[in-house]
Write a protein that binds this ligand. Structure first.
Ligand code: SF4
Length: 75
């Protein structure tokens, strides 16, 4: 199991995470920032626990995010 987090308010809507993990990230039509699909918000940070098979693509999303607001950790 892994945990993916995002500090959404700092997102610049570049789409890099969507390209890396298209089933897990989506640009919002409302504000142009990306949404971590299924995540819960707490004090500005969106977090979700995911199965290991989503690890690689979300690590790539974290690596490619130009403002470094995505984190992946193993649980
Ligand atoms: S890669 Fe980072 S800045 Fe770009 S859309 Fe995703 S969270 Fe936002």
């Amino acid at each position: 199991m892994i945990q993916v987090s995002q500090q959404r308010e700092r997102c610049i809507g570049c789409n890099a995470c969507v390209e890396a993990a298209p089933h897990r990230w989506r640009i919002s039509k409302k504000d142009g920032r990306c949404t971590l699909v299924g995540a819960k918000e707490k004090r500005g940070f969106y977090t979700i626990n995911l199965p290991d098979f989503e690890k690689e693509e979300n690590e790539l999303a974290a690596k490619n995010c130009p403002v470094n607001i995505i984190w992946v950790k193993e649980l």
